[in-house]
Write a protein of this length. Structure first.
Ligand code: FAD
Length: 304
């Protein structure tokens, strides 16, 4: 068995692997797609000490750093079940194999919920984005839309209002679902409009650049065009934890519940990054969290 078996090869898993391997203990990392979400990211400008890089380049750097150490990398493998068996934790892969660890670190990340409308994929990174912290500054002085009136949508609109020219918040339902305090703040801002009862049906552009969002007014049935250069989709971040249901404690939204050391409800199983209850889903936070979980796992090993 591995001393530390990591499941998930994004920034959290990679950092955990480097920290575990540097303790001289047997470390393995299994992932479906080494690199994780950063593989889908164009520019990264907020990983401190790296002023500017690109997602695939960053993913390669993660892999090179991990390969510099004696770590077993099991790529293109999806985990489907986890259980404790005596002093070991077993992880079943979809290939049929079972990996074993004295400790396990789960770092399976999350995925953004998408609108699934025409143009959304085509204009991804050309105007359609999911991360206000990452991409807000790219839209300085421009009109943008935020889709989604829950807490993350309203927070994004408030955040963006300070950077961009104008924000239109589009909500499908008859009213916003965000906390009252956020809604009050939003209403106080001069450059934000809210449109409720609006179903986003398409995003359109000239092939290179996004030009407008099309929505259906659900009351009148009429299609309307909103001229914007950016669309921030904020309709939910889904943790990749479906396969863990029933084996350890998950929050209402499916995030793995962890303590300050990354320990989950199952002894010897730690978790890090976007798949956990740790707030704010960002590369630097996931990486720091992975380091923390590896140290937590090492501490567990020397005490057991
Ligand atoms: P992930 O990166 O999601 O990695 C999860 C890993 O687990 C992957 O290897 C995946 O294949 C694997 N996995 C999932 N399920 C299984 C399974 N069942 N079995 C085995 N393996 C599995 N953050 C920033 O800080 N700056 C940015 O500029 C930025 N831009 C972004 C742009 C886009 C388009 C997106 C989508 C995200 C962006 N983010 C950005 C967010 C950032 O990418 C995430 O916060 C970060 O990648 C989280 O790291 P993680 O290791 O927790 O998870």
């Amino acid at each position: 068995p591995y001393d530390v078996l990591i499941v998930g090869g994004g920034p959290a898993g990679a950092a955990a692997a480097v920290y575990a391997a540097r303790k001289g203990i047997r470390t393995g990392i299994a992932s479906e797609r080494f690199g994780g979400q950063v593989l889908d990211t164009l520019g990264i400008e907020n990983f401190v000490s790296v002023k500017e890089t690109e997602g695939p380049k960053f993913a390669l750097a993660l892999e090179e750093h991990v390969r510099h150490y004696d770590v077993d990398i099991v790529n293109l493998q999806r985990a489907r079940a986890l259980r404790r068996n005596g002093s070991l934790v077993e992880v079943d892969l979809e290939s049929g194999a079972t990996l074993k660890g004295r400790t396990v670190i789960l770092s399976t990340g999350a995925r953004w919920r998408t609108l699934n409308v025409p143009g959304e994929q085509e204009y991804r990174n050309k105007g359609v984005t999911f991360c206000p912290h990452c991409d807000g500054p790219l839209f300085k002085g421009k009109p943008v839309a935020v889709v989604g009136g829950g807490n993350s949508g309203v927070e994004a609109a408030i955040d963006l209002a300070g950077i961009v020219k104008h924000v239109t918040l589009i909500e499908f339902g008859a009213e916003l679902r965000a906390d009252a305090v956020l809604q009050r703040k939003l209403k106080s801002l001069p450059n934000v409009d809210v449109i409720v009862n609006a179903q986003t049906t398409e995003v359109v552009g000239d092939g290179q650049k996004l030009e407008a969002l099309i929505y259906r007014d659900r009351a009148s049935g009429e299609d309307k065009r909103l001229a914007v250069e950016g669309v921030f989709v904020q309709i939910g971040l889904v943790p990749n934890t479906e396969w863990l249901k029933g084996s350890l404690e998950l929050s209402k939204s499916g995030e793995i519940v962890v303590d300050a050391r990354g320990q989950t409800s199952l002894a010897g199983v730690f978790a890090a990054g976007d798949c956990t209850t740790v707030p704010f889903k960002q590369i630097i936070i996931a990486a720091g969290d992975g380091a923390k979980a590896a140290l937590g796992a090492f501490d567990h090993l020397i005490r057991s």
